[in-house]
Design a protein around this ligand. Structure first.
Ligand SMILES: Cc1cc2nc3c(=O)[nH]c(=O)nc-3n(C[C@H](O)[C@H](O)[C@H](O)COP(=O)(O)OP(=O)(O)OC[C@H]3O[C@@H](n4cnc5c(N)ncnc54)[C@H](O)[C@@H]3O)c2cc1C
Length: 299
């Protein structure tokens, strides 16, 4: 929506193709406390403001599920939706975000935002003084477990294997942190909540011994992977080992005229502020790209 806002404001004919309600992950976030100018704002409220603002500057937000984005031989793009609509444009900004990989256990979807989270930076501060559980064994799980000890009185790091995949330096931080206790060879089978619907305990199972146990924890942070939504791009495009799109400083991908912004892109952190910043750069760069194209044609 930020890309749409800036492109619309630059008087470019702009269509935003969104398969759901406008707002992306904001709609899965109960409260945002780190978007400048808004000390505390509900995710859906901020999303609505973004959409109205983009509309006001002329972005045409369409409900459409994009199936493919393809660069044609003449350098323009063809975007196809699942109902067969085709959009032709000289440039495309991909802001399709990504999806945190879920545990797929009972209670996970039901208590999302009520103790189940996929973002420590976003939600950690809501868990001051709580006993927390982190699930995963890679860099993200270990780093975020360490980060969460600034809020939690205790952080259990639950991993299904007997060693981490995380880099040694990150592991060292975990092992040296007295607030973290690692629970090896263990998976979460179910997430339970109290009468108010807030998470209060986890059903665990040791995958080696089969022994089941219960862990009292009021927050569970899941870091078992994040999948960027890049499958719509049919041409080869440069990405990192985990599928995030590489871009240059102008947010342009390895395909000329194809820009990317937000969670779909390789970057240090994934927040609303970074997505908005990326999208601003992408829209301004796309406008400059179009101007250069026009100049080339008139030469
Ligand atoms: C639980 C949770 C809590 C969070 N809390 C915070 C927080 O407190 N503060 C903060 O700054 N950040 C928070 N974040 C991170 C923040 O939400 C994201 O960084 C931000 O939303 C990224 O924006 P984006 O536009 O890149 O991607 P998204 O928000 O994922 O938006 C992508 C959009 O693209 C659409 N889309 C995808 N594929 C297609 C397709 N094929 N066709 C059409 N549409 C498509 C999706 O429907 C979606 O609306 C949180 C994330 C999560 C998961």
């Amino acid at each position: 929506m930020t890309a749409g806002l800036y492109a619309g404001r630059a008087m470019l004919k702009t269509v935003v193709l969104e398969r759901g309600a406008p707002g992306g992950e904001l709609l899965n976030t109960e409260m945002i406390e780190d978007y400048p100018g808004f000390e505390r704002v509900e995710g859906w409220d901020l999303a609505q403001k973004f959409a109205e603002h983009a509309n006001k500057f002329g972005a045409n937000i369409q409900n459409a599920n994009v199936e493919t984005v393809r660069r044609l031989p003449d350098g323009t793009f063809e975007t196809r939706t699942d109902n067969g609509d085709l959009y032709h444009s000289p440039t495309v900004i991909v802001t399709a975000g990504g999806t945190p990989i879920k545990l797929n256990v009972p209670g996970e979807a039901e208590y999302a935002g009520k103790g189940v989270s996929y973002c420590a930076v976003c939600d950690g501060a809501f868990f001051k003084g709580h006993v927390l559980a982190v699930v995963g064994g890679g860099d993200a799980a270990c780093e975020e477990a360490d980060y969460l000890t600034r809020y939690g009185t205790k952080v259990y790091l639950i991993h299904r294997r007997d060693e981490f995949r995380a880099s040694k330096i990150v592991q060292k931080r975990v092992f040296e942190n007295p607030k973290i206790e690692v629970i090896w060879n263990t998976v979460v089978d179910e997430i339970h909540a109290d009468e108010q619907g807030l998470v209060d305990r986890l059903a665990l199972r040791n995958v080696v011994t089969g022994v089941e146990s219960t862990l009292a924890a009021t927050g569970i942070f899941v870091f078992v992977g994040f999948k960027p939504n890049t499958g719509i791009i049919t041409d080869h495009v440069e990405h990192d080992a985990t599928g995030y799109l590489n871009t240059d400083w102008n947010m342009q991908t390895s395909i000329p005229g194809l820009f990317a912004a937000g969670d779909v892109r390789v970057q240090l952190t994934r927040q609303v502020t970074t997505a908005v910043g990326d999208a601003t750069t992408a829209a301004v760069a796309a406008e400059k790209y179009l101007t250069a194209l026009r100049k080339d044609k008139t030469r």
